[in-house]
Write a protein that binds this ligand. Structure first.
Ligand SMILES: C[S@@+](CC[C@H](N)C(=O)[O-])C[C@H]1O[C@@H](n2cnc3c(N)ncnc32)[C@H](O)[C@@H]1O
Length: 270
């Protein structure tokens, strides 16, 4: 059985550490999907919106640009420090996605960009989301697609499998089993949502080379960082060389343009 508090503590430590380098590293991947996420939750002028697991607040800022009244929530004080400095006009609250402190029936929309799969119990977080939404309100969340579609991840996993050790990480296994579209749909259904749809979106993540890709994941994530850092130092150069070799087809004059893919799942409160 998953140890929820061990997962929460691992994630918290990882995001606290990643916060200062997140914008220049991992956010160059996560930010690509913000417009579609906001569309999926019908975020527009005059709507009250909560951005759960907001990190540095890029989704909240996107919602504010649309004229929405927005709050961001994250459990990492370091992420919130960046968010508040970057977006002084937006309210950011420290709290846990599984225990929202907002009243029932409060928001018109709740969004979460690559946040829900990090909480120990995503279904609990989604039922909290359902509680704080008004009747007719919308939810939308994104997760990464499986490595078969998400080539940046595939390159790193394949290289570690071949040249390193996939079992080296001491990270606790993730809690929520949100692996694919059907898991995401089922999670929203079990939280009480209706009108649920899920779709895949693709993007390109630009990195100079394999070393830069590994560096972005190492400095801007929690779970992937733990896997990379757990590799023996002498294996890293072979891992980088493997990524560079396998990524040859994605190279152009500017470096690598690596396919990435996200699943966006949305629904509404009846
Ligand atoms: C991959 S980042 C996503 C940040 C941002 N939404 C974006 O689009 O870039 C994951 C975020 O989830 C937050 N997080 C993870 N578990 C959480 C929890 N249980 N409650 C609140 N925030 C959480 C982390 O602190 C981190 O900021």
């Amino acid at each position: 059985m998953a140890d929820n508090e061990a997962i929460r503590a691992f994630e918290h430590a990882g995001w606290q550490r990643a916060a200062s380098s997140y914008e220049a590293s991992f956010a160059t991947a996560t930010r690509q999907f913000i417009p579609e996420l906001l569309d999926a939750a019908d975020v527009r002028s005059g709507r009250s919106v909560l951005d759960v697991a907001c990190g540095p607040g890029f989704v909240a800022a996107g919602a504010a640009e649309r004229g929405a009244m927005v709050r961001g929530l994250d459990f990492s004080s370091a992420m919130l420090e960046v968010a508040r400095a970057r977006h002084p006009g937006i309210m950011f609250d420290q709290g846990d996605a599984e225990a929202l402190s907002y009243p029932d029936n409060h928001f018109d929309a709740v969004v979460s960009n690559f946040g829900i799969h990090h909480v120990p119990q995503p279904r609990l977080a989604l039922s909290q989301t359902h509680r704080v939404l008004r009747s007719g309100g919308s939810v939308a969340f994104s997760i990464w697609a499986a490595p078969a579609d998400n080539i940046a991840w595939k390159l790193v996993f394949d290289a570690i499998r071949r040249c390193g050790d996939m079992s080296a990480s001491r990270a606790p296994a993730p809690g929520g089993a949100l692996g694919g579209m059907s898991d995401c749909v089922a999670a929203l259904e079990s939280a009480g949502f209706v009108g649920i749809e899920s779709h895949k979106l693709t993007g390109l993540w630009r990195q100079t080379d394999g070393q830069a890709l590994l560096g972005a994941l190492r400095s801007g994530t929690a779970r992937m960082a733990a896997l990379i850092e757990a590799q023996a130092p002498e294996a890293i150069s072979a891992i980088v060389a493997h990524i560079d070799r396998e990524a040859a087809e994605f190279r152009n004059a500017d470096g690598l343009a690596i396919p990435i893919a996200a699943l966006i799942t949305h629904g509404r409160k009846a």
